[in-house]
Design a protein around this ligand. Structure first.
Ligand SMILES: Nc1ncnc2c1ncn2[C@@H]1O[C@H](COP(=O)(O)OP(=O)(O)OP(=O)(O)O)[C@@H](O)[C@H]1O
Length: 241
């Protein structure tokens, strides 16, 4: 199994958001994590980051998450948070190249070939023109793409992406979803992606995990399941727990 959740319960104090969640992803796959605002999607990802306490078990590649000392530096898990801020001026290319951190020792500088790798990822995302710009001056969508470029360089086996297309225009939304699909198919990555862009999921192969449902399970993405989940989400929401 690549990712497994066994009877996971998580929340904040008395407020339980994830109730007895179990699923298994046996092979590299794209999984769209969907649900109403406040359903607990980010909370679920934070459990993987050990930023939120949980009961039950989360397993990555067959190992209990709690037994893996540092899943990021071992190249097992990468995480793109919904919001990521930088408060100091930094060149886009310098921020992207930091995605190679796990191949470096603490004080080791990035080499010309590291920068070439970063430049190639920026080119794939059609962002080469921004390479020398100060990151803090970019638009919200451009910043989101730069973080994605950095995450691509991390090259982890399992990627958790929290609304990576939230601020993107229609062109980039579909480009990013195609790119994620391509990672799964050509690089055998497993992607868990929180999204509210259900229409963009239609061309994709993978699964939906709707955390607003009373007993969420993996549902194969198809026009029927996307439509059913859309109607489910549009039809109302549970009272705030
Ligand atoms: N540190 C915290 N302490 C207490 N409650 C929190 C904390 N962080 C989040 N919450 C609450 O938990 C609920 C779930 O938050 P979460 O961010 O997981 O939702 P979400 O499904 O990702 O929503 P969205 O689609 O709006 O991003 C929210 O009501 C939020 O206010």
């Amino acid at each position: 199994m690549i990712v497994e959740a066994k009877h996971v319960v998580a929340g904040y104090g008395q407020r339980v958001l994830i109730r007895n969640l179990s699923f298994s992803i046996p092979a590299p796959a794209f999984v769209a994590v969907i649900g109403h605002n406040g359903a607990g999607k980010t909370t679920f990802f934070k459990a993987f980051q050990q930023q939120v306490a949980y009961q039950g078990q989360l397993l990555l590649q067959g190992h209990d998450l709690k037994s893996i000392a540092n899943p990021a530096s071992e190249g097992i898990l990468s995480y793109l948070p919904q919001k990521n801020t930088v408060t100091f001026p930094i060149k886009v290319s310098d921020l992207v190249v930091m995605g190679l951190f796990r191949k470096k020792t603490f004080f080791e500088n990035y080499t010309a070939s590291d920068h070439q790798l970063a430049a190639a990822v920026l080119e794939d995302l059609q962002l080469s023109h921004l390479a020398d710009h100060d990151f803090t001056t970019l638009s919200g969508g451009e910043q989101q793409l730069v973080w994605l470029a950095q995450l691509i360089l991390q090259d982890a086996s399992i990627c958790l992406l929290d609304e990576p297309t939230q601020q993107l225009d229609v062109y980039y939304k579909s480009k990013v979803f195609r790119l994620l699909q391509d990672w799964v198919l050509t690089k055998s990555k497993t992607i868990l992606c929180i999204t509210h862009d259900l229409q963009n999921l239609l061309p994709l192969k993978g699964y939906l995990l709707n955390l607003s449902k009373p007993a969420p399970t993996l549902e194969v993405i198809s026009p029927e399941t996307v439509q059913e989940n859309l109607l489910f989400l549009e039809s109302g929401r549970q009272p705030v727990r």
